[in-house]
Design a binder for this molecule. Structure first.
Ligand code: BV8
Ligand code: ZN
Length: 254
């Protein structure tokens, strides 16, 4: 792949970079993106409908089963070259902040530290009633194997139903994560969006904030997105291919 020289020099000279990832960075690990049609039991639903508190209260077994099935697939997946390139980039940039919309742990398993999860995580459920964190076992939830309905576990503290530790539509983002993501965005010189359709707010506001603050906004995505008119550099390609090549082009001596 060819990269513009001013993109490569902006990357080399950047003191503070924000990398903002969406489901596209995990696609080559075999994790369907959020916009991919749901399959199996859930194919008649849209993700936006299931990822809500209302759906959980109405059909707890359907929603908990969906999240456990997704968690099982993540546990069986591996980080891909895009995740690893982001780890390598962090070693090159004096201050790099990784903000992800993803609820998987592939960035962490690739070696990224201090990942900001603005939409929560599949791996930190809590009691829906009292908020008590619920410790999941280290074993994959094999009862989710057949992608079936699963009754959520009960809170050991109060007996309430355990809910996934993700941010549902209509819910506020975790304040500390959001504040850290916003602060990094407002002070970066380069903002790199990897694999997001940039449709879900307020997270999707971050690249616009970066552009407003005159940061160089870069996108890596094989398809057009809502950000196309905002980015200064649009790298059209798969993250697992483009990201390693971008680093090799910026730091060829590696
Ligand atoms: C809130 C966790 C306020 C759950 C998620 C109307 C207009 C504007 C906004 C709204 C509206 N109506 C409602 C809203 C607000 C709503 C919203 O934005 N809705 C959208 C649908 C319009 N937002 C909210 O509700 C948020 N909360 O606003 O609260 C409030 C105020 C007061 C009081 C109370 C509340 C909360 C939003 C968080 C929702 N939770 N995830 C779960 O995972 O189940 S969002 C979920 O979808 C993901 O986390 C992700 O963030 C988001 C978008 O998905 P992407 O990651 O972008 O993935 P997607 O599939 O969309 O795209 C993949 C991209 O990858 C594509 O571009 C594709 O081309 C690319 N790709 C594919 N393969 C590759 C690739 N790229 C690179 N390499 C590849 N190989
Ligand atoms: Zn409880």
């Amino acid at each position: 792949m060819e990269f513009a020289e001013d993109l490569l020099s902006a990357l080399r000279e950047a003191e503070r970079v924000v990398v903002f990832t969406g489901a596209g960075v995990s696609a080559e690990s075999g994790i369907p993106t959020f916009r991919d049609a749901l399959t199996g039991l859930w194919e008649q639903y849209k993700a936006e409908e299931l990822a809500t508190e209302e759906a959980f209260l109405r059909e707890p077994d359907l929603v908990w089963g969906w999240y456990e099935w997704r968690r099982l697939r993540v546990m069986r997946a591996n980080p891909n070259p895009a995740h690893r390139a982001i780890v390598a980039l962090a070693r090159r940039i004096p201050k790099m902040t990784l903000v992800t919309q993803n609820v998987d742990d592939l960035h962490e398993r690739a070696g990224s530290a201090d990942v900001i999860h603005v939409h929560g995580s599949l791996f930190h459920p809590r009691c829906h009633a009292c908020g008590q964190p619920f410790a999941l076992g280290d074993e994959p939830p094999v009862e989710a194997e057949g992608a079936r309905w699963l009754a959520p576990p009960r809170c050991r503290q109060c007996g309430g139903p355990v809910r996934p530790g993700v941010v549902w539509f209509g819910e506020l983002l975790p304040e500390d994560q959001w504040d850290r993501a916003t602060e990094a965005t407002e002070n970066c010189s380069l903002f790199l969006c990897v694999g997001t359709s940039s449709l879900v707010y307020p997270a999707a506001q971050l690249p616009h904030t970066a552009a407003y603050r005159q940061a160089t906004v870069v996108q890596v995505n094989p398809h057009p997105t809502a950000l196309d008119k905002v980015v200064r550099h649009n790298v059209v390609g798969l993250a697992g291919e483009a990201m390693p090549q971008l680093l090799a082009a910026a730091w060829p001596e590696d």
